[in-house]
Design a protein around this ligand. Structure first.
Ligand SMILES: Nc1ncnc2c1ncn2[C@@H]1O[C@H](COP(=O)(O)OP(=O)(O)OP(=O)(O)O)[C@@H](O)[C@H]1O
Ligand SMILES: CC(=O)N[C@H]1[C@@H]2OC[C@@H](O2)[C@@H](O)[C@@H]1O[C@H](C)C(=O)O
Length: 406
């Protein structure tokens, strides 16, 4: 089946679109990437999205307008990616995350929540506050289905959240299907705006899927990108290949201070977003850096070290053993300095990109949402409770069918 996968991630840099052929059932699937492209948002739209992510207030009418403007951009990306190819019959669209709130521990989280009992932290909250997580992705599927004439699956995170999960990360089940190895335990590390990992145990283990783990490791490129924009007075948006950071030195006492923060010590399942690792987090980092009189390059090297160390230390803290290989994907896998620091901290564990095992590292997330849509279409669950904390596996995504014929 030919499927389109669409996502714009927490970097808000544009829409990743793929056209893939998917076949098979459940975890036993094959995919072939027919086409992939990134379509940058128009500047005005990117700025509006970033403002909303940074808590800018907007009216309901403005929210509806923004939701549909994003959906139109996604529909356009779906049309563009098919040009010159035979058309797809299904779209899986993640949309644009503008807000993410994990469930309250001991309340919504499936692993800990008990029915019929108000857990302690919940009883301290106003009664209007739900212990379930909340995650809002804009770019409604109905509009994409309407504009493209194609059945569109969207709103993938809601069903996992309703089952007590974080609604994230959702990619680990796809990682299990596409990147597992018979003999080797692997960490599949995405470095987008936020970093997230799936630990995929070797498949020779009879209950390997139950042993799979996944969580958000913390900042990926979000702090680095914000810092580059600030330190270059808006002339740059990211540190190409990590060259700027590579010309500085990390300040280790600062890295240790930042790593003492709660999020890094919280056991999985856990998820996060720009709400935590965003502009105000960076402001605090920059304030801390003043005491050490760091140069711009040192600041970037220190933030890169935070990202690398938060990733590697989370493996050491939360996995039964280190993986035998780490496969990087997402834009941060192109940051050579970051990649080298991860390799250094992992010593003899080989670190490479998913490209090197045949899965495109830039488009893996978009591919994942094509696969998740395929699974929804086939009636196969898409979440992994060991990664999201949900009480059970559930079907992910709302189905919008197009009744319009253009
Ligand atoms: N050549 C490169 N050198 C350094 N960094 C790069 C390079 N290419 C991309 N990046 C980084 O990758 C980021 C985009 O990554 P990606 O598209 O994977 O993020 P995302 O999908 O928005 O995030 P998420 O996975 O959190 O949803 C850019 O903002 C930039 O920081
Ligand atoms: C709420 C949300 O959009 N979360 C993203 C984000 O970006 C990376 C990390 O945080 C991950 O948990 C998730 O995305 C991927 C696609 C996932 O669900 O696996």
């Amino acid at each position: 089946m030919r499927v389109i996968g669409l996502i714009s991630g927490t970097s808000v840099d544009g829409i990743d679109a793929v056209l893939v052929d998917v076949s098979g059932t459940n975890l036993d699937i094959k995919i072939e990437l027919v086409a992939g492209a990134t379509y940058p948002y128009p500047t005005y739209l990117r700025e509006r999205i970033l403002a909303v992510c940074a808590d800018k207030a907007l009216s309901m009418a403005e929210l509806a307008e923004l939701d549909d403007a994003i959906a139109c951009a996604f529909a356009q990306a779906a049309q563009n990616i098919q040009l010159g190819h035979s058309p797809a019959s299904l779209i899986g669209s993640h949309g644009q995350t503008v807000y993410h709130r994990p469930p309250v521990k001991g309340g919504g989280e499936g692993e800990r929540g008990r029915r019929g009992e108000l857990p302690h932290p919940y009883s301290l909250l106003p009664t209007t506050y739900s212990p379930l997580g909340y995650s809002l992705q804009l770019g409604r599927g109905a509009v994409i289905a309407h504009l493209t004439g194609m059945t569109t699956i969207s709103n993938f995170r809601a069903a996992d959240i309703a089952a007590g999960g974080h609604g994230a990360p959702l990619v680990p089940r796809v990682d299990a299907a596409l990147l597992s190895d018979f003999n080797e335990g692997r960490c599949i590390q995405n470095i987008g705006g936020i970093g997230n990992v799936a630990y995929v145990p070797p498949r020779h283990n009879s209950n390997w899927l139950e042993k799979l783990r996944g969580w958000d490791t913390g900042p990926g490129n979000s702090l680095l990108d914000l810092a580059v924009e600030h330190l270059s007075s808006g002339t740059k948006t990211y540190d190409e290949n990590g060259a700027w950071a590579a010309s500085g030195n990390p300040c280790n006492p600062l890295v240790e201070k930042w790593l003492s923060q709660d999020y890094f010590h919280l056991p999985p399942p856990k998820s996060t977003g720009r709400e935590l690792f965003g502009a105000s987090y960076l402001q605090n980092c920059l304030q801390d850096a003043e005491a050490y009189q760091l140069s711009p390059a040192d600041i970037l090297a220190t933030l890169a070290e935070l990202t690398a160390a938060s990733i590697v230390r989370s493996y050491r803290s939360f996995l039964p053993q280190l993986p035998q290989r780490v496969l990087l994907c997402g834009g941060g896998s192109r940051n050579l300095y970051l990649k080298n620091r991860i390799q250094h901290l992992l010593a003899s564990v080989p670190v490479m990109t998913t490209d090197e095992v045949g899965l495109n590292a830039d488009f893996k997330e978009a591919i994942a949402f094509a696969v998740l849509a395929y699974w929804r279409h086939m009636g196969t669950p898409g979440n992994l409770p060991t990664a999201t904390g949900a009480l059970q596996e559930v079907l992910l995504g709302d189905v919008s069918q197009s009744v319009f014929r253009w």
